[in-house]
Design a binder for this molecule. Structure first.
Ligand SMILES: *Cc1c(COP(=O)(O)O)cnc(C)c1O
Length: 443
């Protein structure tokens, strides 16, 4: 058999052939330690060579079932055929032509698709950027310019990025902020809704949030409230019913721009294009990144046209922002063509009962939550609500040794989040669940 003539059939099964990490990964890791700063840590020092669908293969030939999708970036699957075709063709045709100098159609097309698929039946405009943090930064810039106010409100347990402004907006000190200050000012963390811990109804949690904003911040100084509809790094925290609509109503009544950070929860992950749709909320601005371009770096701020137009000409942009190759990817069209919104529900139907069944047998699982292909378990000291990050560390290590990539999350590091590609098959999911079961049995 020659490699060049054999058709490439990408494996679809889990297969561990060396210790994890294997010898080739260890050799690369040695080199890395000499030239990459330790501040850039990796959850699992296994070096990846190839990936397709929900399978990633490392340099030692180990095949992993990927339940993390690069933190929800590979929502339509690794090396998706349509993404590879579109970007390859675009690369040869036009690699770069800075949109703020000489524009091109791809950028306009992405803005049209975002206007069409984000909630709200009104005129919308989109600015494209390179990363999620940059989208958050630009949303704040625009909201400040539009309102003439400076204050930025966010919620406890929020994650919005690692730049100076977004570090200030992110909640968790270690590892995201510790020692990196001083941070941007006028950022306020209000209490949110975390049903497992606060036990509050959505209405009561919203009253608590709004009271904080009115008394401590002052609505008249507030430009925007930035909220993840389902918190990502915070641990897939789903707010109680009624919480988000009450916040939105309060924002509208007080001239505060309501920004949904859908960077992790959007792009079909929950079975809706954007997670706010599950809560009946129509934000003034929606932020997209991670899953928007099948792995290519691009991000968007999509908002009401009159808000987005507040920034003066030349006030927004960036060298690579909205790059033609990333803009050539149409994840929305792939989602439509392949019916991927339904796959989020299919994944929930397989995974959720399995997680609930584990919870009934292992009291270390305090909470099971999430929507669609955005599910999580929160691990506690059995019989309490005390965080149990040690159990999370044991389980993610066990899973890695057995060929399953699992991601942790949560302010206390005690959440395991499941955000597989929508291309994962039932067989792959069931196989990965078997590994998880064995992991709990081994605790
Ligand atoms: C990942 C993430 C960001 C930051 O995106 P980057 O592309 O890493 O800058 C912001 N908000 C949320 C909700 C995220 O999950």
């Amino acid at each position: 058999m020659t490699d060049t003539l054999a058709p490439t059939v990408f494996p679809t099964d889990r297969r561990v052939v060396t210790a994890i990490p294997g010898p080739k990964s260890q050799a690369i890791h040695e080199r890395r330690l000499r030239v990459v700063p330790s501040g850039v840590a990796s959850a699992l020092p296994v070096y990846i060579e190839r990936a397709h669908g929900a399978i990633v293969i490392d340099v030692d030939g180990n095949q992993f079932i990927d339940l993390g999708s690069g933190i929800g970036v590979m929502t339509i699957g690794h090396t998706d055929d349509a993404v590879v075709a579109a970007t390859s063709a675009q690369l040869a045709e036009l690699t770069h032509a800075m949109f703020t100098i000489t524009p091109y159609e791809g950028y306009v097309r992405v803005a049209e698709l975002l206007a069409e698929h984000t909630p709200g039946d009104f005129a919308k405009k989109t600015v494209l950027l390179n990363s999620g943090a940059e989208a958050v930064e630009n949303a704040v810039k625009i909201a400040r310019k539009y309102t003439g106010r400076t204050g930025v409100a966010v919620l406890e347990h929020a994650y919005h990025g690692r730049t100076n402004l977004t570090m200030a907006m992110t909640f968790k000190a270690m590892p995201y902020k510790a020692g990196f200050g001083p941070f941007a000012g006028s950022v306020f963390h209000a209490p949110g809704s975390y049903p497992f811990h606060d036990g509050l109804s959505g209405a009561d949690a919203a009253t608590r949030t709004i009271t904080y904003l009115e008394k401590y911040v002052g609505a008249a100084d507030l430009a925007c409230l930035v909220v993840e509809p389902i918190q990502g790094e915070g641990g897939f925290v789903v707010p109680a019913d009624g919480f988000l609509p009450a916040l939105q109503e309060w924002c509208t009544a007080n001239g505060v721009v309501f920004v949904a950070d859908e960077i992790q929860s959007g792009m079909a992950r929950t079975g809706a294009y954007f997670a706010v749709e599950h809560f009946g909320v129509v934000p003034d601005m929606v932020l997209s990144a991670k899953g928007i371009a099948g792995g290519l770096p691009i991000a968007g701020v999509t908002g009401r046209a009159e808000i987005m137009d507040a920034a003066h000409p030349g006030g927004l942009g960036g060298t690579f922002a909205g790059n033609p190759v990333a803009a050539a990817v149409s994840v929305f069209e792939s989602i439509e063509r392949r019916g991927l919104l339904a796959d989020a529900g299919r994944i929930e139907t397989v995974l959720m009962p399995a997680l609930l069944s584990l919870q009934s047998r292992y009291p270390v699982i305090g909470d099971v939550r999430g929507i669609g292909a955005m599910l999580a378990i929160e691990l506690v000291v059995a019989g309490t609500k005390e965080p149990n990050p040690a159990a999370v560390a044991s389980l993610t290590a066990f899973a890695a040794q057995h060929g399953v990539l699992l991601l942790s999350a949560g302010t206390f590091g005690n959440v395991i989040r499941f955000l597989p590609s929508l291309a994962i098959s039932d067989d792959q999911l069931i196989d990965a669940i078997g590994v998880l079961e064995a992991g709990f049995a081994s605790l």
